[in-house]
Design a protein around this ligand. Sequence first.
Ligand code: BDR
Ligand code: CA
Length: 307
Amino acid sequence: MKKRKIILDCDPGHDDAVAILLASSYEEIDLCALTIESGNQALEKTSRNALNLVQYLSLDVPVAKGEAKPMVRDAQICPEIHGESGLDGYEFPPLYKKCVKQDAVTLLKEMLTKDEYTIVATGPLTNIGVLLKKYPEVKNNITEIVLMGGSIGFGNVTPAAEFNIFCDPEAADIVFTSGIKVTMIGLDVTRKILITNKINEEIKNINNKVSALFYPLMKVFIENQKKVFGFDGAPLHDPATIVYLVKPEIFKTKFMNVTIDVSKGPSYGRTNCDQFDYLKLKKNAFVVLDVDVDAYFEEIKNCIKKY
Ligand code: BDR
Ligand code: CA
């Protein structure tokens, strides 16, 4: 089987952590690198979380530390959902694994100069924005960018904006206007895939090394989503990118024009998705509209059972 080579650009983060463990469990995917940025927590913390996960899962995958700040605006973090560490809920053993010497943008440039990759992005798009600005020639070797971010409807940090895009609207604008194939999985879909305590208990009963990590992490994630949004379950946003790559048939998508609001007004960071083609602008993104929720959680469970 020809595996799809991916680079996962992320800010772990509870749901980023699940994306990492899914990416490394699917035989259809070859997880070639993790590039990290600030987002759910400051860069030092998100990088440490990535290293802890890679070490825990015994993955032979380079981890590169990326951008500490968005391209234009001030850094945003999200401790109310992901905690002080960015991955509250599990005490990892002592950490020996280290980041590679290159920064994320340099590693991305080196890899994309030699080969083609799909980029999966589950954090703010800063690393990719900086990459495309500095080295636009690598575009030709990016097969596709599949990202979690944005929303057709409501935001989750402002009425209009979703966290990843809100963190770095200017980087998102570079990505969406790059001409690269972009698939966007936004809140409209990820707020349907709520991991509940019931599903978390079922996963606990898988009773292996990964379920032992997954369960306490998700417990904190579920509690925090309840506190902040009043949800009875936590939207398992980021792993949708990985499931989408392997099982696109459980998602419904539509090709449309998406523009990023970079106006710095009340809708700063909004993804304006022209679902009904009002503006007759050039279509530039496949936007996911729907997902088969049961099939999604079956995938999550099956991946965890593989460990
Ligand atoms: C996104 O924001 C982060 O907190 C999550 O990890 C996810 O990538 C959801 O808005
Ligand atoms: Ca994330």
